[in-house]
Design a protein around this ligand. Structure first.
Ligand SMILES: Nc1ncnc2c1ncn2[C@@H]1O[C@H](COP(=O)(O)OP(=O)(O)OP(=O)(O)O)[C@@H](O)[C@H]1O
Ligand SMILES: O=c1[nH]c(=O)c2[nH+]cn([C@@H]3O[C@H](COP(=O)(O)O)[C@@H](O)[C@H]3O)c2[nH]1
Ligand SMILES: NC(=O)CC[C@H](N)C(=O)O
Ligand SMILES: [Mg+2]
Length: 545
């Protein structure tokens, strides 16, 4: 639970439930993937605890970690004020025999601070899929040598010289050292990101670190989250309080609503907003699904006119996102006015990726993490927000939320669990630039409907994490029925992912691409060209804005 991000995210993530468990600590240097590391650790039933990268040694000691992972981060060890390990860190971990794994920036930090050399590679970074090969036996790879695997990289600095006592244990195709160890001192480093789904054996390597090297017990699970979050809600919401829940039809808010409802019952009031940015017939379809499957009272509010007016003339993606965030809150404020005792709390299905992409964590180490885009429900919220937020999923990733929703205690219907994510700002971040120009929204609705139906016809919906169309603000020349056309171009995007933090484009068969392209050009008059987006995340993001 958080009041509009008022605490440092890493401190907030200090889930105190874990005191009775052994802890793997993650020090956060601002990587987009820091929480993903913490999440991977939990996924393997080990309790993880995130602390800011500038935590003092006293703070670290207080938690008695059994293993420590140093995250990646946008800084270079050579930039002024780049995050450092606290004085006395190495003495402490050596004395307590605590294994340390540095990931990307974390590995560069180990190397740099122990007297090795890190250099900046001017125009030759490694981003996205990279092939690596183990060169020497290491516990990290179960002693296997000469084994190739595909991993996810995102770095512009590299290790040029190892500190004393370290060995390289894997290199990339370009010859970059991508894994190192100092077995005696229990210090390990990975230049790539083992925590992301697209690193082929990344999880296996993390498990080697947790269980093989750090010998941690596997004694934690998702049920703890349910109990903890329900307890927090009971402790925070007064017995007379009524609470509003922003419900979208997506999985996150459905899980959040059912979790909160378990505690508050009829004091929870769900609101679904039609902001004019929904897909084809989405408003009606979602309300039907709520009625047939969710069994919670839901009020639908049509805010489309006001929202489209608010977006008029806005071209900048961030300005659009902020306007949409403010628009949502205006609807909830209006709704709250209808109560005798005005609700003070607002439930949102915010997930961790929304938080990490939306804002650098406020507080001391603001410099460590970069804002990627303001998610409407986090960075897009107005500054004078009148509600205290209840966000029981704020520390979780989508696949964890799905697991939580499937627990028998919540029993969230599968129709919500398996639905592709759809962002709150909806089609506004898929019509590039000005949203209200021409018929863009209508064209996009038609194209999207054909695209998703074709995906279903080919039996691919559940193989794809998210698929959608994008309306491009350009025109191209075509020939249709022997006539010259100068019409719109749409891009199709389909990605595989497990948490939205990294993604790869989906490799459709040519037959699918042929079918969908001709269905779109035949079915939507003003479109004469269809392109397919083949960009992973990174370097792209999933949405285009
Ligand atoms: N149309 C809407 N009406 C009311 N609340 C919304 C709407 N769209 C989004 N929200 C709120 O914003 C939150 C974030 O949106 P987001 O799309 O990330 O989550 P979701 O819709 O619940 O799940 P999914 O990511 O699977 O679509 C939602 O959980 C919900 O609380
Ligand atoms: O509710 C939301 N409000 C937003 O402002 C928002 N922006 C992106 N997304 C969704 O988040 C996931 C990651 O998207 P990106 O790679 O584009 O950041 C993808 O699933 C996106 O659809 C949003 N969801
Ligand atoms: N992902 C990271 O941790 C990157 C580390 C450092 N900023 C680099 O570019 O090499
Ligand atoms: Mg959604």
């Amino acid at each position: 639970m958080a009041a509009n991000g008022s605490l440092h995210h890493a401190e907030r993530i200090d889930l105190q439930i874990h005191k009775q468990h052994s802890i793997c600590m993650v020090l956060d240097y601002g990587s987009q993937y820091t929480q993903l590391i913490a999440r991977r650790v939990r996924e393997n039933n080990v309790c993880s605890l995130l602390l800011p990268g500038d935590a003092t040694l006293e703070r670290i000691k207080k938690e008695r970690p059994q293993a420590i992972i140093l995250s990646g981060g946008p800084n270079s060890v050579h930039t002024a004020n780049a995050p450092q390990l606290p004085p006395g860190f190495y003495e402490y971990v050596q004395q307590e025999k605590i294994p340390v794994l540095g990931v990307c920036y974390g590995m560069q930090l180990l190397v740099h601070s122990l007297g090795g050399k890190v250099e900046t590679v001017e125009a030759d970074g490694e981003y996205g899929r990279t092939s690596i090969r183990t060169t020497q036996a290491s516990e990290l790879y179960q002693e296997e040598t000469d084994h190739a695997q595909s991993v996810w990289m995102s770095h512009g600095d590299k290790v040029a010289e190892l500190p004393e006592g370290f060995h390289p244990v894997a290199t990339s195709e370009k010859g970059t050292i991508v894994a190192i160890e100092n077995k005696q001192k229990l210090l390990y480093g990975l230049q790539y990101h083992p925590e992301v789904q697209h690193s082929e054996r990344g999880i296996a390597t993390l498990k080697r670190f947790l269980f093989g090297i750090a010998k941690m017990p596997a004694d934690w699970n998702i049920e703890n989250v349910l109990k903890e979050e329900m307890d927090k809600i009971s402790a925070t919401v007064g017995p007379e309080d009524h609470v509003i829940c922003a419900l979208s039809g997506g999985v996150d808010s459905a899980v959040a609503a059912l979790l909160v409802h378990k505690v508050l019952k009829e004091r929870l009031h769900c609101v679904f907003v039609d902001n004019g940015l929904l897909r084809y017939k989405e408003g009606e379809r979602v309300m039907d699904t709520f009625k047939n499957h969710l069994h919670l009272p839901v009020t639908k509010i049509d805010d489309s006119k006001r929202m489209l007016a608010r977006l008029k003339g806005l071209k900048d993606p961030e300005a659009k996102r902020k306007a949409i965030g403010a628009g949502f809150i205006e609807v909830f404020n209006d709704f709250a006015k209808g109560f005798e005792r005005k609700p003070r709390f607002l439930v949102q299905g915010t997930l961790y990726p929304d938080v990490i992409e939306s804002m650098p964590p406020p507080g001391k180490d603001q410099k460590h993490s970069h804002m990627i885009k303001s998610h409407h429900n986090v960075g897009g919220l107005p500054k004078d927000l009148q509600f205290t937020l209840i966000e029981p999923l704020r520390e979780l990733f989508k696949d964890e939320v799905r697991a939580l929703g499937r627990l028998p205690e919540l029993n969230v219907p599968e129709t919500f669990i398996t639905r592709h994510p759809f962002p709150g700002p909806g089609l506004a971040v898929r019509v590039l630039g000005d949203v209200t120009e021409g018929e863009a929204l209508d064209v996009l609705r038609q194209v999207d409907e054909i695209y998703i139906n074709t995906i279903r016809d080919f039996g691919l919906y559940d193989k794809i994490w998210q698929a959608f169309a994008v309306f491009l603000p350009v025109r191209s020349v075509g020939v249709q029925g022997d006539q010259r056309t100068h019409s719109s171009v749409v891009a199709l995007r389909a990605v595989t992912s497990s948490d939205g933090m990294t993604a790869d484009w989906y490799p459709f068969e040519p037959k699918f691409l042929q079918t969908v392209s001709s269905r779109i050009c035949n079915g939507v008059r003003s479109v004469n060209r269809v392109v397919y987006d083949i960009t992973s995340k990174p370097p792209g993001t999933i949405e285009w804005e």
